[in-house]
Unconditional design. Structure first.
Length: 278
């Protein structure tokens, strides 16, 4: 089958729950599986799909509740997302894929490693989110102070109007570096529009109370790992993560949406990891 192919498909992980994914490249090539962050479709990694499909089988996942995947009243948590990913990888017959998570997608990757074992993958790349998103230590790498996270959970992500305003501000002030056009704003917010507010609310609550430090440390010791970190908080995030997982190389670049905004630089560093394991 041609390495040029790109197909949009669905996979059933349980009755009435289908996971949508893009499948590109030679099916016999080493597999790269990309998992997006909260609300986003896997389409956010389309520039990585186009780049790597010449050498890899590339899978872009829409997690449960996001993109074109089923909006389920249950399973909107990262243990279930990890289990869904295990079923998808096994169902597609992927042997020791390299997993690439972004933002809350990191939690899904770490959840997968907990459930399938770190030896089930060739490597794990995580992009710009701590395995302990909520931490009262002001010197820690967190998603915000307890008061800030409480405000988002209990005052913001409870209505579509407040959520839409929050995501627009987050995109323009944190995710993207520098000027962003109205067309880009519309496109990237559209990638999250497939996730209903109630699903986002459940996932956010689960994310901020998650703790995947132990599996991140185990993975760092046993398999090739890499952590990308955005420039705006690198002074805190990088030393904190190096102390937690000293075996994992870190790479600082761009804003939170670095893979989409700076694909050439991101892809070059990911290529280096795939070749060297570092």
């Amino acid at each position: 089958m041609s390495a040029e192919r790109t197909e949009s498909k669905f996979f059933s992980v349980e009755p009435n729950v289908q996971i949508h994914y893009w499948d590109a490249g030679d099916p016999t090539a080493p597999a790269l599986v990309f998992v997006p962050g909260l609300t986003f479709s896997g389409e956010v990694f389309m520039q990585q799909l186009e780049h790597f499909k010449a050498t890899h089988r590339v899978i872009l996942v829409d997690p449960r509740g996001q993109g074109l995947s089923t909006k389920s009243p249950w399973g909107n948590d990262y243990q279930t997302h990890g289990a869904d990913l295990v079923k998808l990888v096994e169902g597609l017959g992927l042997v020791k894929p390299t997993l690439v998570g972004w933002s809350c997608g990191n939690l899904e990757v770490w959840s997968y490693l907990e459930q399938a074992g770190v030896d089930s993958v060739a490597g794990a790349v995580t992009i710009d989110m701590s395995p302990l998103p909520h931490n009262e230590d002001p010197a820690a790498w967190t998603e915000g102070s307890p008061a800030e996270l409480s405000e988002v959970m209990t005052r913001v992500l409870i209505s579509k109007e407040a959520s839409d305003a929050f995501w627009k501000e987050y995109l323009t002030e944190v995710m993207w570096q520098g000027p962003i056009t109205e067309a880009q704003i519309e496109y990237y917010l559209g990638l999250g529009a497939g996730c209903p507010t109630w699903v986002c609310h459940e996932l956010f609550g689960d994310a901020i109370l998650s703790d995947y430090r132990a599996i991140a440390q185990e993975a760092a010791k046993r398999i090739p790992t890499l952590m990308f970190i955005a420039e705006h908080w690198a002074d805190v995030a990088e030393p904190w993560y190096k102390a937690l997982c000293p075996e994992t190389p870190t790479y600082v670049m761009g804003g939170h949406l670095m893979a989409a905004q700076f694909p050439e630089r991101f892809n070059q560093r990911l290529e280096e990891f795939l070749v060297t394991g570092k």
